[in-house]
Design a protein around this ligand. Sequence first.
Ligand SMILES: *Cc1c(COP(=O)(O)O)cnc(C)c1O
Length: 363
Amino acid sequence: MACRAQEFSSNRWQWQLSHRIHTVDGLERYVRLTDDERIGIKAAGSRFRWAVTPYFASLMDPEDPDCPIRRQAIPSAAELEAGLDVAGLGDPLAEDSHSPVRGLVHKYPDRVIILATMQCAVFCRHCTRRRVVGQVDRVMTSKQFDACVDYIQGHEEVRDVLVTGGDPLLGSDAWLEGILSKLRVIPHVDILRVGTRVPVTLPQRVTQDLCDMLERYHPLWMNIHFNHAREITPEVAQACDRLTRAGIPLGSQTVLLRGVNDDRQTLLDLFHALVRIRVRPYYLYQCDIVRGTSHFWTPVERGVELVSSLRGYTTGFSVPTFVVDSPLGKVHVAPQNLLAREGSEIVLRGYTGETCRMYNPTS
Ligand SMILES: *Cc1c(COP(=O)(O)O)cnc(C)c1O
C-alpha cells in the first residue's frame, strides 16, 4: 500500500476516470506483476476489457499477487483456460430472454431492472455481465430509455425500478437526474433503486452535489457491490456517510469469490466493516457461471456453510442472505433448521447445532 494517496494529483472523479490504468506499464507503477497477470493482461484484456482507477490501484498490495484487490481487478491467465470453464455461459441468468425492451429486464412480477450504462470505473474480473459491459463507454441513449419508460408506464404492476448497468453513477448528475425524474413521475412506481460499485472503485464520484440531487427522488435505495474489508477506506466511508445523510438506505451485495473472500473470518471482517459504516449486508451471491470466471467458483455448499457459520455468532443484520442467481431469479439457499414435525411438536436446530423441541400449533 506504499503508493496510496501520493499517486494522484486530483481528487476529482473525472480525473480518476480519464487517468484509468489499462497498460502493463501503467500498472507496474503500483504493483510487481506476476507472469500470470502479464499473460492475463495481454490476452484476457482484449477479450474481456480491463481498466482500473488510480484510486483502486492504490489499494493493491504491490508484492502480494493474492491481494484481494488485485485478484478482482487484474486479469489472470485463468480467464482464458479453455476446458476448465466449459460450463461457463455468456448469459447465465437468461437476462436477454427476459428483456421485453432493450436494456430492461423483467423477471419478477413487481419489479424491473434497467441496464442504463455499459461502462464501469473498474471492470471486475468476475463480472456477470461481461458479455456486454465494457464494450462501449456510453450511457443508454434517450430513445432507448424512453422505450423503457413506455414499457413501465404500460405495466402497472411494476412498483420497483432498479437502475443498474454497468454503473449508473458513471453518468453525469444531469443525465442520472433525467433518468430518475422520468421514473419518479410514473404513478405506480413506488421505489427507485440504484445498483453501483462506484462508491468502492471511485468514491470521489459521490459528491455532495450528487447526494443533493439523489435526495430529491426519494424513496430511493442503493445497493453497493463490496467484496472485501480492504475496500472500506476513509474515502469510501465518507462517500457512504454522505449517501446515508441524504436519507438513502444502503445495502451491500457481495459475490463469493474463491481466493478473495471465501472464508469465515474474511466475510465476518467485511460484514462488520460494512455495518460500521451503516451499510446493511443484503445478499451474498454464488459466483455466476460466466465464461472466463471459473477460477473464482466455489461449490454451492460452501456459501451455505459460510453463512450458517456466521448466523447467531454476530449481529443478525450483519449476515446477508446467500442466493444463487438463475434464469428463474434469485434462489435463496439456506440450511434446513426445522428438522422434524411430530404431531404438535417441532424439532429445531439452533445456531450452535443443538436441537430442541417446541410446541407447534396444529392450525
Ligand atoms: C436481482 C434482480 C432484481 C431485484 O431483486 P431483489 O431480490 O428484489 O433485490 C430484480 N430483477 C432482476 C432481473 C434481478 O436480477
